[in-house]
Design a protein around this ligand. Structure first.
Ligand SMILES: NC(=O)c1ccc[n+]([C@@H]2O[C@H](COP(=O)([O-])OP(=O)(O)OC[C@H]3O[C@@H](n4cnc5c(N)ncnc54)[C@H](OP(=O)(O)O)[C@@H]3O)[C@@H](O)[C@H]2O)c1
Length: 180
């Protein structure tokens, strides 16, 4: 079902980009993530808990268990026959984002989370109000990269660095940004 209207103040809902990138903006290879970072996964679960998740079809396909539990999963695909049990399907990003905002408003959640991949980040970036970027201190072979964006449009409001350890194969910095 593609709900066209929901009650609530949709315009006040934030849009948060959430991504983990290597030094060259690497996102993925062969439809898999690049870095094994347990602490970053825990942070992903924390910041996206209960927020609607907007993703591209390949990111949906990449999840071993889907939908990700506890929040609406919204999938963009141009394939009108694509089936994604447990998800809401949209054929372009603006209505998918509008639906995500409406779902958030309806359930009293402040944000929609944009969780990739590259084209979905690029399409949602102009609407994004917040960004959580995990910058991994490593380079990796990749076939998908985070889109180039203007850092001048963003103010860094928090960051935390974690060292590599048994659960996190590389050191990384989680940076929180707000749009200026
Ligand atoms: N590091 C991270 O934080 C992170 C986050 C997410 C994903 N990833 C990685 O990134 C890779 C997947 O990302 P990806 O960029 O290849 O694919 P993706 O963005 O997840 O999915 C691409 C698909 O989404 C649909 N799509 C894209 N733009 C659309 C639009 N404007 N309107 C409607 N549908 C649209 C199309 O589906 P159809 O082909 O079905 O039409 C397209 O083939 C994987 O390696 C994954 O592990 C990394």
């Amino acid at each position: 079902m593609q709900p066209s209207t929901f009650p609530g103040k949709h315009d006040q809902i934030g849009v948060r980009i959430v991504a983990a990138i290597g030094r060259r903006g690497e996102l993925g290879l062969n439809n898999k993530l690049l870095f094994r970072l347990k602490a970053d996964m825990a942070n992903f679960r924390r910041i996206t808990a209960s927020t609607p998740l907007l993703m591209g079809r390949k990111t949906w396909d990449s999840f071993p268990k889907r939908p990700l539990p506890g929040r609406p999963n919204i999938v963009a695909t141009r394939n009108l026959e694509f089936m994604a049990p447990g998800a809401h399907i949209y054929s372009s990003v603006p209505p998918a984002l509008a639906a995500g905002r409406a779902m958030a408003a309806q359930s009293g959640v402040a944000e929609v989370s944009i969780v990739g991949g590259a084209d979905i980040y690029a399409a949602a970036l102009p609407s994004a109000t917040h960004m959580t970027l995990t910058e991994v201190e490593a380079e990796a072979e990749a076939d998908i990269f985070f889109p180039v964006f203007d850092r001048g449009e963003w103010r860094e409001v928090a960051s935390v660095r974690l060292e590599a350890d048994a659960d996190n194969e590389f050191a990384f910095v989680i940076r929180e940004f707000e749009r200026r």
